[in-house]
Design a protein. Structure first.
Length: 189
């Protein structure tokens, strides 16, 4: 009986001492503003993650205590799948082999939580670059956005996910409705 209690105690202490890794769910969705103006045109989608750090969240509790938070999924793939959905809504047929290539480069996607005695602040920054390339030429444009949310309460990881995903979705809205990009796609794809 004594051995069982000791074994249970050791397992309990081991479970308590092992930290649970915090992860943020990066789950953007295709823009609802995507117009189906490119029916029947084909393209290949590509993506690159050019961020300088792998994390998507940072909690700064003050006094040098900074905790990075990774994404639950691969950020590059999440952006690529969202872009694919969006372009399909615009009428494109996404294929593996096409002379037309549309690439999204993730340059920055991070939400920072600054916690003080009186309030909490979330600062979010997202920056992407899209590259549309055909045999006739290349079009490159950057889209970025920032947002800030302040609260007198401690903001949770769920709050961090919401503001990050909202900003990413706003960037995809900008991509879907960008006149310069859509004109290039219409004229060259």
């Amino acid at each position: 009986m004594k051995k069982v209690i000791i074994a249970a105690s050791v397992l309990f202490l081991a479970a308590c001492s092992s930290p649970t890794e915090q992860l943020l769910n990066v789950a953007p969705h295709a823009s609802l503003n995507a117009q189906s103006a490119f029916v029947g045109k084909t393209l290949t989608i590509d993506s690159r993650d050019l961020r300088t750090a792998e994390y998507v969240g940072v909690i700064d509790s003050g006094s040098g205590d900074i905790e990075p938070i990774d994404a639950k999924q691969n950020v590059r793939i999440a952006f690529e799948e969202t872009l694919s959905d969006q372009l399909e809504k615009q009428g494109f047929k996404v294929t593996v082999e096409s002379d037309n290539t549309f690439r999204i480069d993730v340059l920055e996607a991070v939400v920072r939580s600054q916690v003080s005695m009186l309030d909490s602040e979330l600062t979010t920054a997202v920056k992407v670059q899209v590259v549309a390339e055909t045999p006739r030429g290349k079009f490159t444009k950057r889209f970025n956005g920032t947002s800030t949310k302040t609260s007198s309460l401690k903001l949770s990881n769920q709050d961090m996910e919401i503001v990050l995903n909202d900003l990413i979705n706003a960037i995809f809205d900008k991509i879907a409705t960008d006149d310069e990009l859509n004109t290039y796609l219409a004229d060259n794809f």
